[in-house]
Write a protein that binds this ligand. Structure first.
Ligand code: DOR
Ligand code: ZN
Length: 345
């Protein structure tokens, strides 16, 4: 198979930031993707429906002329989030999901949730009105090893929320472990998982072998090879519970190449080429569309895109810039460490 036409994809987990970074990165998403779930971890975070409305306007103002793009806005859950405001956001059509960051789990998450009990009134309202919860599934307890934080979160937090609120729809975002995949497979309803491009390609060696490589560092951190294999199997299976959320997370190079570098990998620009390569390797090109363009909308109750894109396999490798330039500085592009031959026509 040398060409593949699929419905235009969506990105169900994306960091666009604000200001100069937003302007510098957004075209890499809108070139290929019709919609994206926009992460709310700005400084300060997008906490209220009013915050989300103005952030959406800034995003729309940055969309390159001629591109059509729909940002699907989220709210950053805090212990003080007002259930009425959340409901208004959903009713007005502005808010697609609410995002749970356990406090301290990742970039700009210090305002996140420490005590889940304090967020219960909001979660109860969301279950009632059918608004999904997107979860960064890692505990932050210092005693828990960073490579175990997802598995412990499932047992100690996620399972507890699901038992208390079986009607709440939960997206376990950027699943990185076989434990996460198995947990989702074992749930009969109201649980799905997004998977990033980079976690299908790298394991933890990419970060640590031969020197410390900050551009492969993200959270949840990449795990052992058998976890990557489980992610690949799930993503390429066609199972409706798994879909693409790139978690493309731009940081300018000085913020990554330093003594305490930020977590985040920038993949918006080459994600579709990387995914076609992965799906071809797995003998599953015919299921790429389910992962990038069908399962996500079905989960979020939205129609699949009518437009299509065509992927073409080239005889020679195609190239992407090593870095993109923004007015805030250079941002290094994810290097999959193999030649890419699939291009979006
Ligand atoms: O690697 C990550 N980067 N993981 C996250 O959860 C946050 C993100 C960011 O905002 O940079
Ligand atoms: Zn993220």
């Amino acid at each position: 198979m040398n060409t593949l036409r699929i419905r235009r994809p969506d990105d169900w987990h994306l960091h666009l930031r604000d200001g100069a970074v937003l302007s510098g990165v957004i075209g890499d998403t809108t070139r290929h993707f019709a919609r994206a779930i926009i992460m709310p971890n700005l400084v300060p975070p997008v906490v209220t429906t009013a915050d989300a409305r103005s952030y959406r306007e800034r995003i729309m103002a940055a969309v390159p002329a001629g591109d059509r793009f729909e940002p699907l806005m989220t709210l950053y859950l805090t212990e003080h989030t007002d259930p009425d405001d959340v409901e208004e956001g959903k009713t007005s059509g502005l808010i697609t999901a609410v995002k749970l960051y356990p406090a301290g789990a990742t970039t700009n998450s210090h305002g996140g949730v420490r005590d889940l009990d304090k967020a219960m009134p909001v979660l109860e309202r969301m279950a009632k009105i059918g608004l999904p919860l997107c979860v960064h599934g890692e505990v932050t307890t210092p005693e828990v090893d960073i490579f175990d934080r997802e598995a412990v979160f499932i047992d100690e937090k996620l399972d507890v929320i699901r038992r208390r609120l079986p009607e709440l729809k939960i997206t376990m975002e950027h699943v990185t472990t076989k434990d996460g995949i198995d947990y989702i497979l074992g749930a009969d309803r109201n649980l799905a998982g997004s998977i990033t491009t980079h976690h299908l390609i790298i394991n933890r060696n990419a970060i640590l072998v031969g020197g410390i490589r900050p551009h492969y560092y993200c959270l949840p951190v990449a795990k052992r090879e058998h976890h990557r294999q489980a992610l690949r199997k799930a993503a390429t299976s066609g199972d409706k519970r798994f879909f693409l959320g790139t978690d493309s997370a731009p940081h300018v190079d000085p913020l990554k190449e330093c003594a305490c570098g930020c977590a985040g990998i920038y993949t918006s620009i080459n994600t579709m080429s990387c995914l076609a390569h992965v799906f071809e390797e797995e003998g599953a090109l015919e299921r790429l569309e389910a992962f990038t363009s069908l399962n996500g909308p079905a989960w979020y109750g939205l129609p699949a895109n009518e437009e299509t894109i065509v992927l073409e396999k080239r005889a020679e490798p195609i190239t992407f810039p090593e870095k993109i330039d923004t007015d805030a500085g250079a941002i290094t592009v994810f290097d999959p460490m193999f030649p890419l031959t699939w291009a979006v026509r």
